[in-house]
Ligand binder design. Structure first.
Ligand SMILES: [Cu+2]
Length: 161
């Protein structure tokens, strides 16, 4: 687990990214992958940065009957998705990326098709080291893929006009 010691760099990112600040956690670059008719599940991705030790313990959205926090891992040369039963650990000050092929939020048993350029509601529940829970309600854009500015922490270096 990599700890970011360069807080000046993070401060610069705060200025250029639309961070949503929860009590203890910053959320940025959230997007949900569009689904096609009949598709049962899709993923939601974002970057999370906690001020203090925190866990993402639950997710919820009105567009899905079931929402889970997943990780992808290789098992016998096969990519497998598994739910994180104890939540996603966020170390103080480090950025955790939820992205295709890695950690992600899985929306399952979708109630409707997620159309590109629409929005979905998403509720994140965080738990701090004392056990206190905080809920963050947000609107997440539905996209076909991460846009240039939403590819992560290097986004600022790749902006062209
Ligand atoms: Cu998954």
């Amino acid at each position: 687990m990599k700890l970011f010691k360069t807080y000046s760099g993070l401060m610069a990112l705060l200025l250029i990214s639309p961070w949503v600040l929860a009590q203890n956690v910053s959320v940025s670059n959230a997007w949900a992958r569009a689904s096609v008719k009949g598709q049962n599940a899709t993923g939601v991705f974002m970057s999370l940065k906690a001020v203090g030790p925190t866990k993402l313990v639950a997710v919820n959205s009105s567009v899905a009957h079931v929402s889970e926090i997943h990780q992808m891992s290789m098992q016998n040369n096969v990519m497998k998705m598994t739910a994180l039963p104890n939540g996603l650990v966020l170390d103080a000050g480090s950025v955790v990326d939820l992205k295709p092929g890695g950690y992600h939020i899985m929306l399952m048993d979708l109630k409707k098709t997620l159309e590109k350029d629409s929005n979905i509601d998403l509720q994140l529940t965080f738990q701090d080291a004392t056990g206190k829970k905080t809920q963050v309600d947000m609107r997440v854009p539905v996209l076909l893929q991460a846009t240039e500015g939403q590819k992560g922490m290097q986004g600022a270096e790749h902006q062209h006009h």
